[in-house]
Design a protein around this ligand. Structure first.
Ligand SMILES: Nc1nc2c(ncn2[C@@H]2O[C@H](COP(=O)(O)OP(=O)(O)OP(=O)(O)O)[C@@H](O)[C@H]2O)c(=O)[nH]1
Ligand SMILES: [Mg+2]
Length: 441
């Protein structure tokens, strides 16, 4: 990333996707945006009305018209980036858009935009904060309804508002602590009050940090693993959920060897459903390797469905259960059409219980989610984790240590929260964030 001041160069890129489509948009941002745009338009309007679509005939280097479309001018600061922005709406022909962009990029003072540069400028010019800028990348990449909603909420500023309100409280506390340190004679009873104030911010930071896992789920989807003894009916249930005869089903135990995956969407949540090799006491060599894959799938699971066939003994059940540690687990009696079983039961063959089991798994995955605000990015998780640790240390210090130590920790916590919204971030961090964007965003 170059180090020029934000508005020195005018940038250009295709803003729409790389494939052919009905409409394709070329976007320019910077002081020369309008002048450059005029150079590819036949008889351009001299000063187009702001934010108004104007008909335009786009030309090639010889002045021949190559397409008809629209030109929209967004003068600074009322634009996406906060700079002068021009959008040229042409037909979504990749070759045509490439021609326009390369013509525009040859105008002196105009160059091709780097990945994420439009959004980066929006952030640099104070149009959006960092969490919202990152939400743009998430929104574009979202591949499930829940992922989309999490990104939209973040773009809307839901995360930023919560972080900002906590940060404001922390900054106020930090200021008071510094004042008490500098003017001890004026500080009355600062210590008593401090623990209460730290506790007041700890709760919302804990909540934010707890939504970490849910946010990750919303974004990347959940892995649901079907698990159990051979012949339990795992592959039959897998097929019922996948809506397709994907997995081989057979009365012979040990049918499934390789773990098999299907991509589904349950109630907006992206789900990777995994069918696994069944367990038994003396498996063959190949089957043993399948079972090793089952263990690997379990390790990555967000939820496990243990299918318990009729006639299973308690000690067997205990053994299967013990293989699933630290994962949300649903135990289900399978082949419910054959035997009356206690508790949750399903018959993949007749379809009885298949839908309601899906609902139960779905609930297991979203236990206690505040769906509107989820923390999706690893960067946010890491910063919130640091804020939480610093606050916990501050609380301990408020009881046992000097005010100076407390103030230090509170300062660290508020800096960590500042990183989420981009109040205090390095160029390296910005580079790392915007590199992940595609060109034109
Ligand atoms: N009656 C009845 N039979 C079922 C049901 N589900 C599966 N089966 C039968 O049970 C046998 C085993 O089913 P699979 O789905 O292959 O079982 P699995 O757990 O995948 O078995 P492995 O891959 O060998 O571990 C097949 O003959 C199925 O038709 C059910 O709900 N009711
Ligand atoms: Mg199977």
């Amino acid at each position: 990333m170059n180090k020029e001041s934000p508005s020195s160069a005018t940038i250009v890129a295709v803003a729409t996707g790389p494939a052919a489509g009905g409409v394709g948009i070329v976007r320019l941002s910077g002081p020369l945006a309008l002048r450059a745009a005029k150079s590819v338009i036949e008889k351009p309007v001299d000063s187009p009305a702001p934010r108004t679509a104007v008909m335009a005939a786009f030309t090639d280097a010889n002045g021949a018209v190559v397409d008809y479309g629209l030109c929209i001018y967004f003068p600074a600061p009322h634009s996406y980036t906060g700079e002068d922005v021009v959008e040229l709406h042409a037909h979504g022909a990749p070759r045509l858009l490439a021609l326009l962009v390369s013509r525009l990029a040859t105008v002196p003072g105009v160059r091709l935009a780097e990945a994420g540069e439009f959004t980066r400028r929006a952030y640099m010019n104070g149009r959006i904060d960092l969490a919202r800028a990152e939400a743009v990348a998430d929104l574009v990449a979202a591949d499930s309804l829940l992922g989309l909603q999490a990104a939209a909420a973040q773009l809307n500023g839901a995360l930023s508002r919560r972080v900002e309100s906590v940060r404001a409280a922390l900054l106020a506390l930090h200021t008071d602590l510094e004042a008490a340190l500098n003017f001890p004679e004026e500080a009355d009873d600062a210590e008593g009050d401090v623990a209460t104030r730290i506790n007041g911010v700890l709760a919302p930071v804990r909540e934010l940090a707890a939504s970490v896992q849910q946010g990750a789920l919303a974004r990347r989807g959940a892995k649901v693993v079907l698990f159990g003894p051979v012949n339990a009916g795992k592959s039959t249930l897998f097929n019922a959920w996948a809506g397709d005869e994907r997995a081989l089903v057979d009365a012979e135990p040990g049918t499934t060897r390789d773990a098999l995956e299907a991509q589904l969407e349950w109630d907006g949540l992206k789900v990777t459903l995994v069918d696994t090799a069944g367990l038994r006491d003396s498996p063959g060599r190949l089957e043993q390797r399948g079972i090793e894959r089952t263990q690997a799938a379990l390790a990555q699971a967000d939820a496990v469905v243990l299918l318990v066939p009729p006639g299973s003994h308690d000690e067997e059940l205990a053994r299967w259960r013990s293989q699933v540690t630290g994962k949300p687990l649903l135990e289900v009696r399978s082949k419910a059409d054959l035997a009356n079983a206690p508790g949750l039961a399903v018959s993949a063959l007749t379809g009885v219980g298949v839908e309601s089991l899906k609902q139960r798994v779905r609930e297991l995955l979203t236990l206690g989610v505040a769906a509107a605000v989820t923390v999706s990015s690893l960067r946010h998780q890491e910063a919130l984790g640091r804020a939480l640790t610093a606050l916990e240390r501050a609380l301990t210090a408020s009881r046992s240590s000097t005010l100076e130590v407390v103030a230090g920790e509170v300062g660290l916590a508020s800096a960590a929260l500042g990183e989420v919204v981009g109040a205090d971030v390095s160029t390296e961090l910005l580079d790392a964030i915007f590199e992940k964007f595609c060109i034109g965003k």
